[in-house]
Design a protein around this ligand. Structure first.
Ligand code: ACO
Length: 326
């Protein structure tokens, strides 16, 4: 099998910043509540003129440039998102034509906030078999369009953004050392959008009832998250034949600082080894890990040979992770 790794990374966030203070004017909340319960201080909101595939294209161009790969060299584009432009077709097809990648297959992958680690794991399989050489994996979200701005339980948590990586063959011993995909479908109702699909098609009543927005049981998701972040990380580190002390950097899904600190404590990792940017972006779902990875790489925080653990959880309920030698 051929070893798969990340050849380049890029990200993009919209310019518009929405602060906790501004949210105080919109719902019954406070900067103090949001900061202490979640760690989030501000988030980015996409301009009405752009959508998820536009953010995806911007992040992808940067990842391709960083990798030194031309769009025409791409064999496959996987867009991981839970806020796709339209129910049909896949947003990956819009990205494919916009980038100019005529040789690439293109599809969307929906695994909630675990989407990016799912996508990266799938991409690595095509590289491993030699079937493909260059794959673009994107996590992009415009969550601001699928959340109810009158629901304080959810609207304070999420933000818009995109991150992308180019995946290809790397030297033996480098790149993706282990990966794991998990799901506990029994918990699907803890985080979902009831209407707008085949089960409950859009009609004036569903719109009136705001059933096209994210509905979340925060406590249940929190409980799931703290359990699986620890379990998945420990499993992955073992599967990669590493010890806890070999881990140089943890890049967790950015949902809540309390979930991240809990995972770090359980893994005995000091917070200096944990990448956190949710204070500036909130939860950007599929985009959160590639966005955090890009910032860590571009700021020099990631060094050649570092062992990186990426671990995520999300709607589904899903979880998963990847251990990567940079
Ligand atoms: N401002 C002020 N008060 C609030 C707010 C708010 N924005 N939101 C909730 N509250 C209130 C609640 O109504 C509740 O009031 P009550 O006691 O009178 O009923 C009180 O604050 C406490 O609520 P809890 O739910 O106990 O607060 P908790 O400390 O559990 O934090 C939170 C809630 C932040 C949502 C937490 O449960 C969490 O982070 N859960 C995980 C959510 C998550 O990560 N979701 C994304 C998954 S990824 C994906 O796939 C999209």
């Amino acid at each position: 099998l051929i070893q798969a790794g990340i050849l380049g990374v890029g990200s993009y966030v919209p310019e518009r910043i929405l602060t906790n203070k501004e949210l105080e004017q919109m719902v019954d909340t406070s900067d103090e509540w949001i900061t202490t319960r979640t760690g989030i201080r501000e988030r980015r909101i996409a301009d009405p003129a752009v959508s998820t595939s536009d953010l995806a294209v911007r992040a992808s161009r940067k990842a391709l440039e960083h990798a030194g790969v031309k769009p025409e060299e791409l064999d496959l584009i996987i867009l991981t998102t839970c806020s796709k432009d339209m129910p049909l077709p896949a947003g990956a097809c819009l990205v494919q034509t916009e980038l100019g990648a005529p040789q690439a297959g293109a599809f969307d992958l929906e695994a909630g906030c675990s989407g990016f680690v799912y996508g990266l794991t799938i991409a690595s399989q095509f590289i491993a078999t030699g079937a493909m050489k260059r794959i673009l994996v994107i996590g992009a979200e415009v969550l601001s369009r699928i959340i109810n701005w009158q629901d304080r339980n959810t609207c304070v948590l999420f933000g818009d953004g995109a991150g992308a990586v180019v995946v290809g063959p790397v030297a033996p011993g480098e790149g993706i050392l282990a990966s794991k995909l998990s799901a506990e479908g029994a918990g699907w109702e803890h985080l979902y959008i009831p209407a707008g699909g085949a089960k409950m098609p859009a009609d004036p009543v569903t719109v009136e009832k705001k059933l096209h927005y994210v509905h979340m049981n925060g406590k249940e998701v929190f409980r799931y998250a703290t359990r699986v972040m620890e379990e998945e990380s420990i499993h992955l580190i073992k599967a990669a034949n590493l010890r806890l002390e070999d881990i140089d950097l943890l890049i967790p899904h950015q949902a809540n600082i309390r979930i991240i600190e809990h995972a770090a404590r359980k893994l005995k990792l000091p917070m200096e080894k944990v990448v956190v940017n949710l204070d500036r972006y909130g939860n950007t779902s599929s985009a959160s890990i590639p966005l955090a990875l890009d910032e860590a790489v571009k700021s020099g925080r990631v060094k050649a040979g570092d062992n990186i653990v990426m671990v995520a959880f999300g709607a589904g309920l899903t979880s998963g992770g990847i251990v990567l030698k940079w």
